[in-house]
Design a protein around this ligand. Structure first.
Ligand code: AQP
Length: 335
């Protein structure tokens, strides 16, 4: 891959752990699409990360979800002519680099990660992969000499640790890795669950709790039910001054999907009942989701199309991954 001096290299990914949600779209995928215009963009389906909770989905479901996530990348507007799209497990360099990075990462750094603390509480038995997840994520990012990583707010700590790991490696073995920076959207960086506005909207919660999230492939009836039953508060009318977290969440979703400024959105809903806000959020969501679903059906029905996209993606990215892997090995005196 060649990169002109004006472009920055952008890398990001999503785990195929469930149905992609509106939170994934607002916090990640919609941002990715805008980066395609000016930057060199690489998007990965990070399937190896799904093994950190090994029995969360079956092997058959995992295979099907990997294909589904690629289809959704395309349907959301990631264009394989402008961006590289590939599947993490098709590139052996990710796990190879992860080992080198594991060896320079202090255990204490991993134990402090917020996501490890919250996810490990929910597990009866914790695999060491869950603890070391941020190292594999660091390898994903560093392998492509990434400048920018567009993500939702929940991933900020992981990008910072990727930077710390790169700096530690560079310090021990000499300048090897480029230091990445997280790009977090100003609005919509943390979309909350419709059923519980204190919890981040998340695809794995959505698998076990109905009413938590809008899935990008949910049908219109289910989307309407989820939004119209969203938790608000006992007040009857909208007012920004004493808006509860559930009301603010709905307002944020409306603003980002319709590209409306806060002041205009507030004027629109001021003094009106929450039913009005929910109805407008539902319409805004359908406006975005319906064309995504149409395109998804087209791409997923075309025999071999998705498979070709990820095969070509992996082929095009291999020389860069090989180059970085080789320099990391050589820095340590191996390879
Ligand atoms: N609620 C959210 N609001 C804004 N952005 C979000 N993202 C996830 N949830 C929200 C962003 O989407 C990308 C997906 O990253 P991931 O698949 O690696 O996992 P995640 O961050 O843990 O996302 P989920 O949906 O919560 O997955 P599960 O349930 O499997 O853990 C990231 O850029 C993330 O910031």
């Amino acid at each position: 891959m060649t990169k002109t001096s004006k472009q920055l290299r952008v890398f990001s990914g999503v785990q195929p752990t469930g149905n992609l949600t509106l939170g994934n779209y607002i916090g990640a995928l919609s941002q990715w699409v805008t980066h395609q215009a000016d930057n060199e963009t690489i998007f990965c389906v990070v399937d190896l990360h799904t093994l950190t909770i090994p029995d969360s989905i079956s092997p058959q479901e995992r295979r099907q979800k990997i294909r589904e996530v690629v289809g959704l990348y395309l349907a959301c507007g990631i264009d394989p002519k402008k961006s590289v799209i590939f599947v993490q497990s098709h590139m052996k360099q990710h796990t190879e680099l992860a080992w080198l990075l594991t060896c320079v990462t202090p255990l204490g750094w991993m134990e402090r990660m917020t996501q490890f603390k919250s996810k490990s509480h929910k597990q009866e038995s914790i695999g060491s992969g869950l603890l070391m997840y941020p190292v594999l994520q660091a390898a994903d990012i560093l392998l492509y000499e990434t400048d920018l990583v567009p993500v939702g707010e929940d991933q900020k700590q992981h990008i910072e640790i990727a930077c710390d790991i790169a700096q530690r490696f560079n310090h021990l073995f000499g300048e090897t890795f480029r230091l990445p920076k997280a790009v977090i959207p100003k609005s919509g960086a943390r979309i909350m669950g419709f059923d519980d506005p204190t919890a981040k909207m998340s695809k794995s919660i959505a698998q076990v709790k109905s009413g938590h999230a809008v899935g990008l492939l949910d049908d219109e009836k289910a989307i309407k039910k989820t939004i119209m039953s969203a938790v608000t508060d006992s007040k009857q009318e909208f007012s920004l001054e004493d808006a509860s977290p559930g009301v603010l969440n709905l307002l944020t979703i409306y603003e980002v999907l319709t590209k409306t400024a806060r002041e205009d959105a507030v004027n629109r809903f001021n003094g009106k009942g929450y039913g009005h806000l929910k109805k407008d959020v539902f319409e805004a969501v359908m406006e975005v989701v319906a064309p995504i679903q149409q395109r998804y059906l087209q791409y997923s029905a075309e025999p071999g199309f998705i498979e070709d996209v990820v095969k070509e993606g992996a082929e095009s990215i291999t020389p860069l991954a090989d180059k970085v892997m080789r320099s990391a090995l050589q820095a340590t005196g191996m390879g």
